[in-house]
Design a protein around this ligand. Structure first.
Ligand code: ATP
Ligand code: MG
Length: 420
């Protein structure tokens, strides 16, 4: 390749033919599980008004502060390639009046997302997520069902060593009271905090729990915990979610340091990690976001959802390096002379309309190499068109017979039928 050959941008990747089978299988499994539980597929546009994410993900988040691909279009509008799926789903929910439907409205998606991040194994700039959102109900059974569905999906896909961490962030009231307590605590110890944590004491003190900075971690070990400050209704809601998970025999750990990356979470939050992954161990996560629809201008609408990364699911389940078997070929049509190409072409169309997987010689090879190619494709039958008589060869038994061209499709169909 010459040095100025164009390559894919950093942090993106191609899904090559052999790899698409594992993805299709994942999608089929997800569809069966989620649609079986009443979730309906939704697809939103790849870009949205920037304001949707600024408002719906939260100005103090990493996503909005440094990970968005934002562009100005020809008419001067600010648009952003979607970095996540929850805000777009809520936007669509409102825009199409789905809030008038019986609750909960359950939606799922499988789409690509875009974040400007440091690219590495398991972390890309265009990546794929599967997600599920249930809008319109604050019933704790919605939370538990949502979590169980993701656990089931991961288990069925063979994602090993999964850990589920669970917490509750409470609602706006318990959170703002706690925020003040935490801010006081952080101010008292601000000299030991990482600069970026100190800078965010005002805007997003909870993120201090996420810091990898050693001295900050030591400070956070003794920080007050939100879980200890929940209001009675929030504590009750959390207890009900846990009870349902216990009843479903889902194993989880309560983690009072769990802080999700988006600003809009309330009450239940959870994260699933797999020890089968390296440093990027997060497979999926989500939680309840009872205020998001309101923040986007809609009516008060409790909701719960999650998203999981496709690449990490494929890596953790070992499906990423599986090679897909080549597609079966029932009939390969070869021909002895170039002037027979049109007849071969017509025969392939006829074979396909009869339901056969058929291919023909498309690269001008001489007959011997055509037959070699048919062999490589593992074609079950090969027709060799000649003038006036053609030959049909059964590649399994090696038997061959003379047939009229217009009898070939019939002979193949009969041969395949007799096999079973
Ligand atoms: P992380 O902590 O790995 O940055 P996150 O908290 O940003 O994850 P979410 O926004 O909750 O992730 O997205 C849910 C899931 O999407 C993650 O658990 C992960 O599997 C996947 N994911 C997120 N960002 C990326 C990325 N850049 N490349 C590949 N997968 C990703
Ligand atoms: Mg991230």
């Amino acid at each position: 390749m010459s040095p100025d050959t164009i390559k894919a941008p950093r942090g993106t990747y191609d899904v090559l033919p052999g790899q698409s089978v594992a993805r299709a299988a994942l999608e089929a499994r997800a569809r069966a599980i989620l649609e079986g539980a009443g979730y309906e597929r939704i697809e939103t546009p790849a870009f949205e008004h920037t304001d949707l994410f600024a408002r719906g993900v939260g100005a103090s988040t990493d996503i909005v502060q440094k990970e968005m691909y934002t562009l100005t279009d020809g008419s001067g509008r600010s648009l952003t390639l979607r970095p996540e799926g929850t805000a777009p789903v809520c936007r669509a929910y409102l825009e199409h009046g789905m809030h008038k439907r019986p609750a909960p409205v359950k939606l799922w998606y499988l789409s690509s997302f875009f974040r400007y991040e440091r690219a590495q194994a398991g972390r890309y700039r265009q990546f794929w997520q599967i997600g599920a959102e249930a809008l319109g109900s604050d019933d704790p059974a919605v939370d538990a069902e949502s979590i169980v569905l993701l656990c089931t999906l991961l288990a069925e896909l063979g994602v090993g060593d999964v850990r589920l961490r669970l917490a509750s962030l409470g609602d706006a009231d318990s959170r703002s009271e706690y925020r003040e307590r935490l801010q006081d605590y952080l101010q008292t110890h601000s000299d030991r905090l990482a600069p970026e944590v100190r800078d965010r004491i005002g805007a997003n003190p909870l993120r201090a729990f996420d810091s990898q900075h050693e001295a900050t971690r030591a400070v956070m070990a003794d920080a007050p915990r939100l879980l200890d400050c929940l209001s009675a209704p929030d504590a009750e809601h959390f207890a009900a979610v846990r009870e349902l998970l216990d009843a479903a025999e889902v194993r989880y750990e309560i983690d009072s340091t769990l802080v999700r990356g988006l600003d809009y979470y309330t009450r239940t939050v959870f994260e699933l990690t797999s020890d089968a992954l390296g440093a990027q161990s997060g497979v999926g996560g989500g939680g309840r976001y009872d205020r998001l629809v309101e923040v986007l201008g809609g009516p008060q609408t409790p909701a719960m959802g999650w998203a999981a990364g496709i690449e990490r699911i494929l890596i953790a389940s070992g499906a990423a390096d599986q090679q897909a078997p080549a597609a079966a070929v029932d009939l390969f049509v070869a021909f002895t002379e170039p002037h027979l190409r049109a007849r071969a072409f017509a025969l392939v169309q006829l074979a396909r309309s009869a339901g056969l997987a058929a291919q023909m010689e498309l690269a001008g090879r001489a007959l011997k190499r055509q037959l070699g190619h048919a062999d490589r494709l593992k074609a079950r039958y090969v027709a060799i068109l000649d003038d006036p008589q053609s030959v049909l060869k059964d590649m399994q038994s090696g038997r061959q017979e003379d047939v009229a061209s217009d009898a070939i499709v019939h002979a193949v169909l009969r041969g395949l039928r007799d096999m079973v």
